[in-house]
Design a protein. Structure first.
Length: 193
């Protein structure tokens, strides 16, 4: 409810109370005229006597305390895991059960994340499948148009990998750091020395 609607409602309730007190009508006739029950009328009249015009506002319907709610420590752990590790609700629930011995449902974790506005990750932090996460240089044959390595510390390993459905199978060139297995060029240089 907006502030203007709340103000209009308070003015209407005040008018009902004033009309019941000022005129010769009794409470039952006033309630019939405005279409409300006597119980509601007496509730507003009591609030008006206790708190003045501010008592005619709608009060929040939430309970004053919730003994079965999730403890604040658990909520802070959930928010920490979401902010720093970008875990989803089920992964957070599993993590809390395994490492903190806190049994909480994934739906409860999701509800807590929604309440704090963290239920959706930004687009740059969403999980992407492995196919689109890495960009690989695919060549029709090993060594085809690859620039020579900058130093002997790097070598080229042809690795056969399955490709996406729309592309044909090909050999992928992956530049890796020099491993314990020397390249053919390294063996040739070692033999000459």
């Amino acid at each position: 409810m907006t502030k203007a609607e709340q103000t209009r409602l308070m003015a209407w309730r005040l008018r009902v109370l004033q009309e019941a007190g000022a005129g010769a009508r009794n409470v039952a006739q006033t309630c019939r005229r405005f279409g409300l029950s006597r119980r509601t009328f007496y509730k507003w009249r009591k609030r008006y006597k206790d708190d003045g015009a501010a008592g005619l506002c709608d009060r929040p319907r939430t309970p004053h305390r919730s003994p079965q709610s999730t403890p604040r420590e658990v909520v802070s752990k959930i928010l920490y895991l979401r902010q720093n590790y970008h875990f989803g609700p089920s992964k957070i629930a599993d993590y809390l059960k395994r490492f903190h011995s806190v049994a909480i449902a994934a739906s409860s974790v999701h509800r807590i994340l929604e309440r704090h506005g963290m239920n959706r990750l930004p687009a740059n932090q969403k999980h992407r499948p492995h196919v689109t996460r890495w960009i690989r240089c695919e060549k029709p044959q090993p060594g085809h148009r690859l620039p020579p390595p900058a130093s002997r510390a790097w070598r080229e390993d042809p690795v056969r990998t399955p490709c996406r459905k729309d592309a044909r199978r090909s050999v992928t060139q992956v530049v890796r750091p020099y491993s314990s297995v020397p390249s053919p060029l390294g063996l040739l240089v070692a033999c000459i020395r």
